[in-house]
Design a protein around this ligand. Structure first.
Ligand code: BDP
Length: 716
C-alpha cells in the first residue's frame, strides 16, 4: 500500500516540469542551448583544467561545471592537464602552474580583474580564464558563461576586464523583524531567528547572483538602524552570512546607529570627540573584526530624518565620520557616510541642503571615508537632475546611491527599467573640470584622482521566490551591478544581455523587449511627474498620486511645496530669481539650467516657475503640454502591453502570466496617476483640456478620498 502510494507520488512528481519557471534562477538559468549551436560550442569546453583549489576557486569551478552542464547538456571532464583541444584552463598564477607557465599579464589586473584568452597549451587549443586574485577568476567564469548565454563566438577570445569602481554594494533596508523598509518583494532575505545555525541555500544563490555581475559588498541592515544590529547576538548572525558570502568576493557591512554606545552600553553621550565614546567604537570595531575578519565597514545615516548624529553634540559630519573611520582604519574598513541629510529647520529649498552642509567639509574627512550621495538632490524621484555635490567636493571621495527598490516608481509591479535612469545620471556632465566631467568620472575616481570609489544600490531583493517582486525588477539588480563594474557601459546593451540570459536569444523577443525596457523609464516619468515635477506621491506609503497633499507638519514633506501650482503657473523657481539652487552647479550647468530658454524640458519645472500659457518648444502651451505628457505616459504603458501580448510564444507561461498581470496593474495605476494629477491641476489652472483629450475618469474628490492603510514597505 505504502509502496503504491510512493510510486503514485513519484509518478505525479515526474510529470511536473523539472524546474518551475518562477524566476528564481534569475539570469543564471543555464537552460540547454539548441542542438546545432551547442554542437558548435562543445569543442571549446572539452576539459576543465583547474589548479589547486581555494573556496573561491572551487565556487568558480562549480559554477563553470553547472553552467556548461546546463547550457551544453554535459559538463566538461575535469582534468589535471591539457590533453586535447578545447580545454578550459582556469586559475591564477599561484593556483595553477599551467596559468603561471603562460606568462600572461595578470599582475596589472588587480585582485578582481580577469582575462579570457584563446591560447595554445601543450600543442592544444584552449581557452584560459586567468586572474591575479581568486575572485577575478570567479568573475571571469561568469563572463565566459555570459558569452555562451548570449551566444557569442568562443574562438579568438581576448578579453581583459577590471572593475572601474572599487566598492560595488547593495544596501539592504532590512529590519531585524524581517520587514523591509521600502521593500516590495516579501520579507527580508536574512532569517535572523534561524541564523547563525541555519544557512539557507538561498544565501549562496544570492552571493552567486551578485558575483555574476561583480557586486562585492552588502550592507545587511536598514540605514534607519537599530543599535541591536551591533550587539554580539546579531554580530554572530552577520558573521555567519559573511562566511557564506566570502568565497564569492562579497564583504559584509553594517549600518551603524550613531547612538549605539548609549543604547548598548549605557554611555551618557555619543559625542564623537569624547574619549570614552571613541574607545567604545574602537572596542566595538575590534569585536566585529574578531567575528568577521574581512568586515567592510559602516554605512551611516546621521542627523537626517530624526536619526542621531554628531550634530546632536554640536559636532560636524566630519567629526562623526572620522571617529568611526579611526576605529576602522587599523582593520582596513571604510565609512560610507550618507549625504542624504536635511536639517530640522525649515529650509528655503530642501534641494540645497546636502550641498550646504557638506561642501564646507571638503578635505576634512579621513582617507577611509566616502560620502554616499543620492543620484539627485531630493529623493529618488522618477527624474531629478544630478546631485550638485557631484563635482563640488574634489578632495572627498563620493559614491553614488541609486534606489533599485522602486519606492517612487510604482513599487514592484510597474515595469520600469532603471538602467536608463542610472545611465542618465552617470553620463550627466558636472563640468567641474570642464566638459566631460561626468558623474561617472566623479564616482570612478578618475576626475579627481581618488582611489576609494563606490556605487551603492538600495536593494530590491526579498524573500519572494522571484527575488525582486517581479520578473522585470531583476533587470534593475542586474543593471546596477554591471554599471557599478563599469559606469560607462550602455544601459541598452546591458538590457539586451539580461533579456538574452533571462528569457531567450530569439531576436523576435530580444529587440521589442529591450525597446520596451528602454522606453519604460520615460513612460513612468510622464505618467507620474513630467516636465521636471517631483514628489507628488501620497504621504507615508508613497503609493499613488496626491499632488494636493498639504497635511504633513513640515512644508518640504508635502507635494504642494514642490509643484507650487497656483492660478498663475506651476514649478519651483530655483533660478537666480528664486532659491538659486542652480548656483550650486558649475557655471556652464548653472547657466543652462537657470535659463528658461535653455533648460531642457525634462527639468523645466524643477528649476522654473512657469505660467500656464507659456509656449513650449513643442508649440503647445505649458498646460496643454502637461496634459499631453501625462496622457502620453499612459499610452506608452498601453503600448508596452500590446508588445508583451505579442510575445507569449517566446516565454514560459508562468513568467508570461505574471508580467501580463503586472502590466495590467501598471496601466490602471498609470491612468490613476494621470487622471488624479490632471483633475487636480485643472482645478488650479482653470483651463480646458486640449481638444480630443479624454477627461479624468473620476472627480478630484474621489481621488482625494482614496486611502491605503496596508500599502507595503512603509517606514515604521
Ligand atoms: C526615503 C525613504 C525613507 C528612507 C530615506 C533614506 O522614504 O524610508 O529612510 O529615504 O534614504 O526615500 O534614508
Amino acid at each position: 500500500m505504502l509502496a503504491a502510494l510512493a510510486a503514485l507520488l513519484l509518478a505525479v512528481a515526474c510529470v511536473r516540469p523539472a524546474r518551475a519557471e518562477d524566476g528564481y534562477d534569475l539570469w543564471l538559468r543555464y537552460r540547454p542551448i539548441a542542438a546545432a549551436q551547442a554542437q558548435a560550442y562543445r569543442p571549446f569546453a572539452t576539459q576543465l583544467v583547474a589548479g589547486r583549489s581555494t573556496p573561491t576557486l572551487a565556487a568558480a569551478r562549480d559554477e563553470l561545471l553547472r553552467g556548461l552542464g546546463g547550457l551544453l547538456g554535459a559538463a566538461p571532464s575535469s582534468s589535471g592537464a591539457v590533453t586535447r583541444d578545447g580545454a578550459v584552463v582556469l586559475g591564477t598564477p599561484t593556483s595553477s602552474s599551467l596559468v603561471a607557465g603562460l606568462h600572461l599579464d595578470t599582475a596589472g589586473l588587480g585582485r578582481e580583474g580577469y582575462l579570457i584568452r584563446s591560447v595554445r597549451v601543450d600543442g592544444h587549443a584552449a581557452t584560459v580564464i586567468a586572474a591575479n586574485g581568486d575572485v577575478g577568476a570567479l568573475y571571469g567564469v561568469f563572463r565566459f558563461l555570459r558569452l555562451l548565454q548570449t551566444r557569442q563566438p568562443l574562438a579568438h577570445l581576448d578579453i581583459r576586464e577590471q572593475p572601474k569602481v572599487q566598492v560595488r554594494i547593495l544596501d539592504h533596508w532590512d529590519n531585524l523583524d524581517r520587514s523591509v523598509e521600502r521593500g516590495y518583494a516579501g520579507q527580508s532575505l536574512w532569517g535572523w531567528p534561524t541564523l547563525p545555525d541555519y544557512l539557507a541555500p538561498r544565501y549562496t544563490d544570492y552571493a552567486r547572483a551578485n558575483a555574476s555581475v561583480g557586486i562585492n559588498g552588502t550592507v545587511l541592515n536598514n540605514v534607519n538602524a537599530v543599535a541591536l544590529s551591533l550587539d554580539e547576538r546579531y554580530l554572530v548572525k552577520a558573521a555567519a552570512l559573511a562566511k557564506v558570502f566570502r568565497p564569492y568576493g562579497i564583504r559584509v557591512y553594517l549600518s551603524a546607529r550613531f547612538s549605539a554606545p548609549i543604547e548598548l552600553s549605557g554611555l551618557h553621550s555619543t559625542d564623537p570627540l569624547d574619549p570614552q565614546v571613541r574607545r567604545w567604537w574602537r572596542d566595538k570595531v575590534d569585536e566585529i573584526y574578531r567575528l568577521i575578519p574581512d568586515f567592510g565597514g559602516f554605512l551611516v545615516k546621521a542627523n537626517s530624518e530624526g536619526q542621531p548624529g554628531p550634530q546632536d553634540y554640536g559636532r560636524s559630519h566630519a567629526d562623526g565620520a572620522n571617529m568611526l573611520a579611526d576605529a576602522l582604519a587599523p582593520h582596513g574598513g571604510i565609512v560610507m557616510w550618507r549625504a542624504f541629510v536635511y536639517s530640522d529647520k525649515q529650509p528655503d529649498d530642501r534641494a540645497k541642503q546636502a550641498y550646504q552642509e557638506f561642501v564646507p567639509l571638503d578635505g576634512k574627512f579621513r582617507g577611509n571615508v566616502i560620502l554616499q550621495v543620492k543620484n539627485g538632490p531630493i529623493d529618488f524621484q522618477p527624474r531629478e537632475p544630478f546631485h550638485p555635490l557631484f563635482g563640488a567636493m574634489p578632495k572627498t571621495p563620493l559614491m553614488v546611491e541609486f534606489q533599485l527598490t522602486k519606492e517612487y516608481l510604482g513599487f514592484a509591479t510597474h515595469l520600469v527599467y532603471l538602467g536608463a535612469l542610472f545611465e542618465e545620471t552617470l553620463r550627466a556632465d558636472t563640468w567641474a573640470h570642464g566638459k566631460g566631467s561626468t558623474v561617472a568620472r566623479v564616482i570612478d575616481g578618475s576626475l579627481d584622482g581618488h582611489r576609494l570609489t563606490g556605487m551603492a544600490g538600495v536593494a530590491n531583493i526579498g524573500s519572494d521566490r522571484n527575488w525582486t517582486g517581479s520578473q522585470f525588477d531583476q533587470a534593475n539588480w542586474y543593471a546596477f551591478g554591471r554599471l557599478a563594474w563599469d559606469p560607462q557601459q550602455s544601459a541598452r546593451a546591458i538590457a539586451a544581455d539580461w533579456v538574452r540570459m533571462t528569457y531567450t536569444n530569439d531576436p523576435r523577443f530580444v529587440a521589442p523587449v529591450v525597446d520596451m525596457m528602454m522606453a519604460s523609464r520615460e513612460a513612468v516619468v510622464d505618467y507620474m511627474t513630467p516636465l521636471g515635477l517631483a514628489h507628488l506621491m501620497g504621504a507615508g506609503h508613497h503609493y499613488g498620486p496626491a499632488p494636493w497633499d498639504d497635511s504633513l507638519p513640515r512644508a518640504d514633506w508635502n507635494p504642494v511645496y514642490y509643484h507650487r501650482a497656483d492660478a498663475q503657473g506651476i514649478g519651483f523657481d530655483r533660478s537666480a530669481s528664486g532659491s538659486n539652487a542652480v548656483a550650486q552647479y558649475a557655471a556652464p550647468v548653472a547657466a543652462q539650467f537657470g535659463d528658461l530658454t535653455r533648460v531642457p524640458d525634462e527639468y523645466l519645472l524643477w528649476f522654473h516657475r512657469v505660467p500656464w500659457d507659456y509656449r513650449m518648444r513643442s508649440g503647445r502651451t505649458l498646460w496643454d503640454e502637461l496634459v499631453h505628457r501625462y496622457t502620453h505616459g499612459v499610452d506608452e504603458v498601453k503600448r508596452m502591453r500590446r508588445t508583451w501580448r505579442g510575445l507569449s510564444a517566446y516565454v514560459d507561461k508562468e513568467r508570461y502570466d505574471e508580467t501580463t498581470a503586472f502590466l495590467g496593474i501598471q496601466q490602471q495605476e498609470a491612468q490613476w496617476w494621470r487622471d488624479a494629477c490632471i483633475a487636480y491641476f485643472q482645478g488650479i489652472a482653470r483651463r480646458p483640456l486640449p481638444a480630443g483629450v479624454e477627461p479624468p475618469a473620476h472627480t478630484l474628490t474621489y481621488y482625494e478620498s482614496l486611502s491605503f492603510p496596508y500599502a507595503p514597505g512603509q517606514a515604521k
